[in-house]
Every structure is written in C-alpha cells, then in structure tokens.
Design a protein around this ligand. Structure first.
Ligand code: PLP
Length: 466
C-alpha cells in the first residue's frame, strides 16, 4: 500500500529526524508481525483485533489504559521453551509479570515458576503451582520470606550471600528442614541487548564472584552445612540478550567452577541453571532468537565443555521471563491531546499524549527502552509523521515510545496500542501522581476476561489512614 500524495521531500525531511534504525513505513497502518502476538491483526477498517475481540470492545468494557494478553500466545511461548529444552527444567521468571492466572497457565504448560519475594511466592502458591517446582531468588530475602519458603517446601532456594547461608541454615535448623539450595555466581559476563562484556568487573549486588574466589567458598559453606542440601550452581547474566555468546562464556566459567569443586571434594553437583534474559522484539531493529535456536547451541556448549572437563552433564535449567510474557501482550491507551512541536530546520514532531505513562511503563524512562506503537482504532490515509507517545505525568521524561511514525492525522479519541508490553510494564507499575494502575485482561477465543482489575482512587485512599 502506498501514499502517492506524500512528497519525496517530506519523506526525506521527516526521516532525517528519526533514529537510524527507524525506517519510514510504506504503510503507516501496517503491523510488523514480529512485534505482535499470534492472534493480533487489523481488520479492513484498520481496527486492531486480538483472538476475535476488537480493541474498541476492550476499551468499552474495561476502559483505558489497559494491558491485553493473548492467552493462547503466552501459552504457546511457554510450551515452545518446554519443548525446545526437553529434558531441562524451565522456570518462568515471575518478576516479568505474575498473577495467579499466568502462574497457572505456565504451570499447565509444564514450567516451574521463579519468584524473588514473599509476595511473588504467595501468588504462585495461591495459583496452585507445585511448591517443588518453585525457585526462590533474591539478594536480600528476609527471615520471614525464608520461613515462608521452607514452610511451603519450595524446590530450591538460590543463595546470594554469606549472611544468607548463615540465616537460612539457622532457620532450617529451627524448622527441622533441609532446603535444596543453589549458589548464585557472577561469571564476569554482563550481557545487554546486542552486546556483552566478557571482562566486566563484578561490581554489582548479585551473587558470588567466581574470579574473586567467593563462589568456591560459598559452595563449600553450603556443602558443609548440615541443614543445607547443595544441589548446584546458578548463573544469570543479564536481560534482553540476542545471541548465545554471553551464555557460552558464562557456561564455560561456571562449568570450570563445577569441575574444580568436583576435583576438590569428590562431589559432582547435580544441577546447573543458566538463568534467563532471552531477548524479544520491541522494534523493527530487534531480531530475537527462537527457543529452538537457543536450545541447540546451549546444549552443544554444555556438552562440549563437560566432556573437555571430564565431568558428567549436570541437570540443566533456564529461567525465561520476558520471552514468554513480553510479546503476548500489548498496552492500550486513548489519545487525549496532540501537539506539534517545531524542531530546528523546519521539521516537527508530534507529541501524542495518552491516558497512561511512566506509572504503567517505566522502562523507557528507566533504561531508555525503545517501543513501537500503532493507531489501533481506525485506518488512516494521512502521511506518516514522526511522533513521540508520551503520558500524563508531571515529568518531561514521561515518554512511552520515543520514536515512531504515526499517521499525521492522529487525534484525541484515537486508541494507541504498544506491542511487546507484557513484561516489566504492569509488574513495575507505580501510583505516581496518584494514578491508579491499569487492569490486565486476557483474550481467548473471542472472550475477554479480567486477570487484574483496574485500581481505583478508593483503593489508593484506603491506604491513606492519616
Ligand atoms: C530477571 C531474571 C530472570 C528473567 O529475565 P528475563 O530477561 O525476563 O528472561 C531470570 N533469572 C533471574 C535470576 C533473574 O533475575
């Protein structure tokens, strides 16, 4: 589809203000399939539908802003990891987005659940997840959280400090339990998006350093503790990672630690967890791997390294979060105001303000994350205009989508959808400016169901007891 009335000179001017990765769309109405869930698409009128429901119906039923999850898509992504990594354990990283329904879905698709607070643990237990299939993370778990985990009988606790070894050991003794523990190590690999730094110094709060020697001491301390059952080593190198190189270096260093421990003690640890961090597409510039594309190289790396070191391949696990919950949901907003801001040299940018913002998605402000957006309630024949989708908060940095081409006639009342919004958006939401947090709805086979209802100002006032 083309817009013949758009002059070439306008193209050039508009495009010159866009970041290099953002191409001028040939059809500003079109969706890039890689950014959307399996069952999302636009009809002939340009209205976005998901699993048989239109965004107009969703907006009418639950209002905006709202998070919309394609249930079949989320389940399909969970299942794809379970299938590709058959023989391994796959734990869904609950911190990316957790509610009882999602915990139940991933458990039904064969996954365990990772939690990192007592709150997340409570949600997973409430959902009926088998405690033996729950892992507890966290660099500063409280005594109450550790007691809760032991009481529930979680399958593994990932140890993050010497204080914790002492604290958990004491609580386990009190409660007469012997928890299964893994030791979280730092490998010196720190991976982010398209790059990784294999020489990164380990100046961060998580884990025990392999290079610094504390990892080996932590393994020994857990092994020596009569109330802790040491099952293995855990490494998580970062998030939104696109290739397997960083995992390869981390696996090599982790397995060397595993082999050294075996040589020193005669004990081959049973398990190794490689963490999560598998990247997803937020914009046309992102080219994520598939679970199958990850599983092959990871298996190969581990097998090669184990045979080189002369150790048996341990039982393996991974912890994808974003790659399961992220692409399966979009955020739905309504436009309230549109402003044209003149830039130098005669160019301009549309500031499209919606009824949410940094309180429901902090990622753009927090880590300069990039997103995409589309007008979801109609098609437009207007030319593409360089746009910025912003929120309603009292902050200049309240940006949801920094750079996107939207139709130049985008206007108050239009619905805007932001794909790949299922992970680290609602889960990191706040009440900044006393804005109630949006609901999360699931859509499946033409049916909308509320997973988390919209917060109300009365919910917020109920906390204000002064
Ligand atoms: C955050 C985290 C994950 C999940 O990361 P994603 O990028 O969402 O896949 C897995 N394991 C640990 C220990 C984490 O902290």
């Amino acid at each position: 589809m083309t817009h013949s009335h758009v002059a070439g000179s306008i193209h050039a001017d508009v495009a010159s203000r866009a970041p290099g990765w953002l191409g001028l769309p040939s059809d500003v109405n079109a969706l890039l399939p890689a950014l959307w869930s399996d069952n999302a698409g636009k009809d002939d009128d340009g209205v976005l539908h998901v699993a048989g429901v239109s965004v107009s119906q969703i907006a009418e039923q639950v209002g905006t802003p709202a998070y919309v999850v394609d249930e079949a898509d989320l389940r399909r992504r969970a299942r794809a990891f379970a299938t590709a990594f058959a023989g391994w354990d796959v734990y869904y990283a609950g911190k990316s987005f957790l509610c009882t329904a999602v915990a139940r879905w991933v458990a039904e698709e064969g996954l365990g659940v990772d939690v990192c607070t007592g709150g997340e643990l409570t949600v997973a237990l409430r959902a009926g997840v088998d405690p033996a299939r729950i892992g507890l993370h966290g660099n500063n778990k409280s005594s109450d959280e550790l007691r809760q985990a032991l009481d529930a009988g979680v399958g593994r606790i990932i140890i993050d400090s010497f204080d914790e070894i002492e604290r958990l050991g004491r609580i386990a003794e009190e409660m007469q339990r012997t928890p299964r523990v893994m030791v979280r190590v730092t490998t010196g690999v720190e991976a982010h998006t398209h790059e990784y730094i294999a020489t990164a110094h380990e100046d961060q709060k998580f884990g025990f350093s392999i290079a610094g020697g504390s990892a080996a001491r932590a393994l020994q301390a857990c092994q020596d503790h009569p109330r802790l059952e040491l099952v293995g080593i855990h490494s998580h190198i970062g998030s939104q990672i696109f290739d397997t190189e960083g995992f390869e270096v981390a696996a090599r260093r982790t397995l060397r630690l595993h082999a050294d421990f075996a040589e020193r003690t005669g004990i081959q640890l049973q398990e190794l967890d490689l963490g999560g961090g598998f990247g997803i597409a937020y914009t046309s510039a992102d080219t994520p791997n598939t679970p199958d594309g990850l599983a092959g190289p990871l298996r190969q790396i581990i097998e090669t390294e184990c045979s080189r070191l002369g150790v048996a391949v341990p039982h393996l696990s991974i912890e994808p979060g974003r790659a399961i919950s992220g692409p399966s949901a979009f955020a739905l907003y309504r436009v309230g105001t549109v402003k044209t801001v003149e830039l130098d040299g005669g160019a301009s940018r549309l500031y499209v303000a919606v009824d949410g913002g940094m309180s429901d998605n902090i990622r753009t402000a927090l880590y300069a994350a990039e997103y995409s957006a589309t007008v979801a309630s109609r098609r437009s024949d207007a030319p593409p205009a360089l746009s910025r989708v912003v929120g309603k908060h009292c902050e200049g940095g309240d940006i949801l989508v920094r750079d996107e081409f939207l139709p130049a006639d985008v206007a108050a009342g239009d619905l805007i959808a932001v794909p790949a919004s299922g992970a680290y958006s609602r889960s990191m939401a706040s009440n900044y400016n006393h804005v109630p947090r949006p609901p999360v709805v699931a859509v499946r086979d033409g049916v909308i169901s509320t997973l988390i209802r919209r917060e109300t100002i009365d919910d917020l006032l109920a906390l204000d007891v002064g």
